[in-house]
Design a protein around this ligand. Structure first.
Ligand SMILES: Cc1cc2nc3c(=O)[nH]c(=O)nc-3n(C[C@H](O)[C@H](O)[C@H](O)COP(=O)(O)O)c2cc1C
Length: 189
């Protein structure tokens, strides 16, 4: 594959940052339809697709979901959309991986549509009173008992523009060539 064919995706990835402040305007229905297509095109182990996605644009429900944990979720009430990524462990032992990939696919698709997004971690998180965030969300959305919640992806038109990470800030020391400890040397583009 020619390097040029990576260009569009890499251009987007180089600009990508988490967005936690959103404009109050809604997302066009066509774009929401594309986001729904995107999550369903995610890869999953053995193609088991152990997931369900609840697309929430009701302001009252978004406000309720924003209280799923004390920190790192409050901005959801200002988002136009929350994608609640749910997984069924009885379908696949690697539902966490599958749901994580689908979550990030949603974020990449949002970026490609000119939207901003931020991952809100739900799995293994709790409310202040000790209730698991997932149990609270199960109640808010009416999820069946066997379903877990991996994440909520907050999506909307960005009202902030965090600076892209410069190339020379990338932690190249986390990448090795061929053997552990062999520093990777970056080729110029
Ligand atoms: C698995 C995962 C969980 C995250 N959970 C939260 C969260 O609960 N709340 C939040 O505000 N950001 C969350 N984030 C966003 C990270 O804080 C963010 O990606 C990181 O600080 C790097 O910043 P950047 O995305 O702008 O490059 C999460 C990201 C990942 C990948």
């Amino acid at each position: 594959m020619a390097a040029e064919e990576h260009k569009d995706f890499m251009q987007l990835l180089r600009q990508r940052r988490s967005i936690r402040r959103f404009e109050p305007r809604p997302i066009e229905p066509d774009k929401v339809t594309v986001l729904k297509e995107a999550v369903l095109r995610s890869p999953s182990s053995r193609n088991l697709c152990p997931w369900a996605f609840v697309f929430v644009d009701d302001k009252n429900v978004l406000a309720a979901l924003s209280e799923a944990k004390p920190h790192g979720a409050t901005f959801l009430k200002e988002a136009a959309l929350g994608i609640v990524v749910c997984g069924d462990e009885s379908v696949s032992d690697v539902w966490i991986e599958d749901c994580s990939i689908a979550s990030f696919v949603a974020q990449c698709a949002a970026l490609s549509l000119g939207l901003g997004s931020c991952w809100i971690q739900i799995r293994r998180r709790q409310r202040s009173d000790g209730t698991p965030s997932e149990v609270y969300i199960r109640d808010v959305l009416g999820l069946p008992e066997n379903w877990h919640v991996e994440s909520i992806i907050a999506v909307g038109y960005p009202a902030e523009q965090p600076k892209p990470i410069p190339q020379d800030h990338l932690k190249n020391e986390h990448v090795y060539d061929n053997h552990w400890g062999h520093a990777h040397t970056r080729r110029e583009r």
